[in-house]
Design a protein around this ligand. Structure first.
Ligand SMILES: *Cc1c(COP(=O)(O)O)cnc(C)c1O
Length: 487
């Protein structure tokens, strides 16, 4: 019945056309519909998945083949295959499909996505494939130009793993909204430009269109870490960027079940590297070659868990953004607060440039708004008057806001970056990134705003000498095994 490699190649061609038709149909839908359904169709459910309305999770390391012909075609990448879960997996495919459409929403170019086990793995994979030497000049040192206001893990990856250990120079942009700073750092050995916007925790932001033009004038790609904005507010590819990296762990997968990451790129990226496969479809290239060899893939379980949270992205980002604005305004007028960093506040120096880019997707199609609406996300930070100790006192007094080095959660979470996420980069590193010891990063969840403000209010009252009463029992409700410290 099944015979010959050509049989499989023909069948794969028909299947690919069928999948493409479905994806093209989805592409014409609104953002919320894409987020909810992704690329999983009713026909796929009924024909191949027992009618399950939720995407299947294939907890399997590998795929079996009907015969040696099919195996040969699959391993030669002549037919779509997932063969081995380090390379691909059906559950991962659904997550990649939806993220490619969401980050490509409204863009002129076609996009694709490759999922990774974490945001850091996404950044490493996206960057390292480009950090290759010129074969004609293998001893020539190479460099990349990136903003210094980046996530702490990114700072370490760039400064230690690349710059210090491998002599791949990180040329740091200190004030990212100054286009001349970017321009003067680029030379013919620069492989890419990289920026995080808004940055975590500092809320740095820059005029992306200008930096993209600069990158393309030098025939190099622009990479943007848009984790804090999410595609509900910012889709860098629409503004000309080539590659987007996401920590899916954060707002995208808000429940906080697991770690995940993704790279989304337009199929044809701009690059000065002579590699046709890379130029043809960057994410497919990463998936089929470098990621196959380096192995940074996400597990099917984490992919499906992330997928389930992505469905409600736009509504969550809208509500959490509105609540964060309320909280920011409350803090801005508080006597113990020195400064509030939130791009949504009109007096923030980058408010204007941020307002050019941060729009709630489809607000003009929403019956509640009916017009474009700016939203600024749920990450903010604030500085407590009086230095490090009063800051720790306020932080220690939170009763509803969790003390954790995390963000993007459905629950409000806060940290002191100088002693946690950004402690490794040292005082000098924190100085150029503007992360003082009295800065608290707050990521506002989906609780009622009044309850968050109430918690902040009672915590700030410790600076007036008010005592906080904790009522922790000796043991947690879960059982005697998890003894807690009496306070
Ligand atoms: C958390 C974070 C990362 C790293 O992502 P992980 O999933 O934790 O590896 C990268 N960039 C930004 C902006 C982040 O907040």
């Amino acid at each position: 019945m099944y015979s010959g490699k050509q049989y499989y190649i023909d069948a794969a061609r028909r299947a690919a056309a069928w999948h493409k038709e479905n994806i093209d149909r989805m592409r014409r839908c609104r953002f919320d519909t894409i987020a909810v359904h992704g690329i999983y169709s009713m026909q796929e459910s009924l024909d191949f998945n027992q009618g399950s309305i939720i995407e299947p999770m294939y907890m399997s390391t590998s795929q079996a083949y009907r015969d040696s012909d099919e195996m040969e075609a699959a391993l030669g990448y002549e037919i779509p295959t997932w063969c081995y879960s380090r390379i691909a997996n059906p559950s991962m495919y659904y997550m990649e499909g939806v993220l490619a459409l969401l980050d490509g929403y409204g863009a002129k170019e076609d996009t694709s996505c490759v999922a990774t086990s974490s945001g850091m793995a996404a950044i490493a994979a996206a960057a390292e494939a480009l950090l290759v030497v010129d074969p004609k000049n293998p001893n020539k040192p190479i460099n990349f130009v990136a903003t210094c206001q980046v996530y702490g893990g990114t700072f370490q990856q760039f400064a230690i793993r690349k710059h210090q250990e491998r002599n791949i120079e990180w040329r740091k942009v200190i004030n990212s909204n100054d286009i001349n700073e970017w321009a003067k750092l680029i030379d013919e050995n620069t492989r890419f430009l990289y920026g995080e916007m808004p940055s975590n925790p500092g809320q740095a932001f820059f005029d992306l269109e200008k930096v993209v033009d600069l990158a393309h004038a030098h025939n190099i790609p622009m990479i943007v870490d848009a984790t804090v904005a999410t595609p509900a507010l910012l889709r860098p590819i629409q503004w000309g960027a080539d590659i987007v990296v996401q920590s899916v762990t954060k707002t995208l997968a808000t429940s906080g079940f697991g770690i995940g990451g993704a790279i989304i790129a337009k199929k044809r990226i701009v690059t000065n590297i002579d590699n046709d496969a890379m130029k043809d479809d960057y994410c497919m290239y990463l998936k089929a070659l470098p990621n196959r060899d380096n192995g940074p893939n996400i597990s099917p379980m984490n992919a499906i868990l992330a997928l389930n949270d992505i469905r409600t992205l736009r509504m969550r980002v809208d509500q959490c953004s509105r609540t964060t604005m309320k909280v920011a305004k409350y803090l801005a007028q508080h006597k113990h607060i020195e400064q509030v960093d939130y791009l949504g506040l009109e007096n923030h120096p980058l408010h204007e440039v941020a307002s050019k880019y941060l729009w709630l997707v489809d607000a003009e199609k929403d019956e509640l708004y009916g017009k474009p609406v700016n939203r600024y996300g749920h990450l903010m930070s604030f500085r407590v008057k009086g230095g490090a100790q009063p800051t720790r006192d306020v932080f220690d007094a939170f009763q509803r806001i969790w003390r954790a080095t995390d963000l993007g959660r459905i629950k409000s979470v806060a940290t002191i970056p100088a002693i946690s996420t950004h402690s490794q980069q040292g005082e000098d590193g924190r100085k150029i990134a503007d992360i003082p010891p009295n800065l608290i990063r707050l990521c506002v969840g989906a609780e009622h705003p009044d309850d968050i403000i109430e918690d902040l209010d009672q915590a700030l009252a410790v600076l007036d000498g008010k005592k906080v009463h904790f009522t922790s029992p000796e043991y947690s409700a879960g059982g005697a095994s998890s003894a807690t410290l009496k306070r």
